[in-house]
Design a protein around this ligand. Structure first.
Ligand SMILES: NC(=O)c1ccc[n+]([C@@H]2O[C@H](COP(=O)([O-])OP(=O)(O)OC[C@H]3O[C@@H](n4cnc5c(N)ncnc54)[C@H](OP(=O)(O)O)[C@@H]3O)[C@@H](O)[C@H]2O)c1
Length: 283
């Protein structure tokens, strides 16, 4: 079986490679090298954010790769500090300037911040709709939106988000939010897909990995893609960047998929912040 990365078609007709490379917590000085390595291996989708502080280095690596801009799908996200419409417009200009790109493939509201900005993420979303209309963002979406936040956009926005990027891994299936996305043609992007390494010594997952002759990371990433979600594991270790790429040349059967889904601990399995209360603003 060839290791070919499938393209997923979004609700706006654009396509996104189902596997990408995440750069959260990669120091700016290490980012160009890691992204360059990922592009060499064959990744064609990079997930960054203003708040990661490494957009410029992502752009640098894409240019240095020699690939055409159109061959690499680039996502970035609006900083929590810039939800007010004029700030969001300036921040988006800065993102494109840092990347040295004239458009981005996908731009997201990073967090809904329901306890900030008088709970108004709608006017922020309207500004992302402008970026889509003027073509500088090919697709727009959200991140860490809970079902009531998505319902509010459905009721009041002109454009539905193409994706919702949320925490999902075997210990936290986030099934309610995923189900809403599936029912409304909003694709789920699963962040921290291997729970930043915390699922890697799980006995059930080790058992499955032994049975299928793969590593635990590969088994977990494969579980995500068979569920239809988009993933972009992060690593600065060359052998792991390569390992995480080799997940399209084997398959998990239904019983194994169910065993992995059965590890869900509900809210107790969440590793990152709860979007209902998360209110971080950068300095
Ligand atoms: N929207 C959001 O709010 C949000 C939040 C968090 C993350 N994200 C996105 O999702 C991406 C992925 O999530 P994440 O970075 O939090 O966590 P992750 O991809 O689940 O895990 C990354 C950690 O796992 C290690 N690792 C990676 N592959 C491995 C392998 N094959 N074997 C053993 N260890 C391995 C890495 O170590 P080394 O680097 O040392 O190899 C790193 O410590 C981020 O980079 C970011 O793009 C978005």
């Amino acid at each position: 079986m060839a290791n070919t990365i499938p393209d997923i078609t979004l609700n706006d007709g654009n396509t996104i490679p189902q596997l990408g490379f995440g750069v959260f917590q990669i120091e700016p000085k290490d980012t160009a090298e890691a992204v360059g390595r990922a592009l060499e291996i064959g990744y064609r989708h990079i997930d960054t954010a203003e708040m990661y502080g490494n957009e410029a280095e992502v752009g640098q690596a894409v240019r240095a790769s020699g690939l055409d801009r159109g061959e690499v799908f680039v996502t970035s996200k609006l900083s929590n500090g810039f939800h007010r419409p004029d700030d969001a417009r300036r921040a988006f200009d800065s993102t494109l300037a840092a990347l040295k790109m004239d458009h981005i493939d996908l731009f997201l509201i990073h967090w809904p911040l329901p306890t900030r900005y008088d709970g108004d993420f709608l006017s922020t979303w309207k500004v992302l709709e402008e970026f889509r209309r003027d073509g500088r963002a090919r697709s727009i979406g959200v991140s860490n939106f809970q079902v009531p936040h998505l319902e509010r956009l459905a009721a009041e926005a002109d454009v539905a988000p193409a994706v919702n990027q949320i925490e999902v891994h075997p210990y936290f299936g986030n099934e309610d939010v995923r189900a809403y996305g599936n029912a409304h043609d909003i694709r789920t992007e699963a962040w921290s897909p291997i729970a930043q390494g915390k699922v890697l010594d799980d006995p059930t997952l080790l058992d499955i990995a032994g049975q299928v002759g793969r590593t635990v990371a590969q088994v977990v990433l494969r579980w995500h893609v068979q569920r239809g979600d988009i993933v972009f594991p992060k690593s600065t270790t060359p052998s792991r960047i390569e390992e995480n790429f080799r997940i399209f040349d084997f398959e998990l059967d239904d019983a194994t998929m169910a065993r992995i889904s059965g590890l869900d601990r509900g809210e107790a399995g969440r590793q990152g912040p709860n979007p209902d209360t998360f209110d971080y603003l950068p300095d």
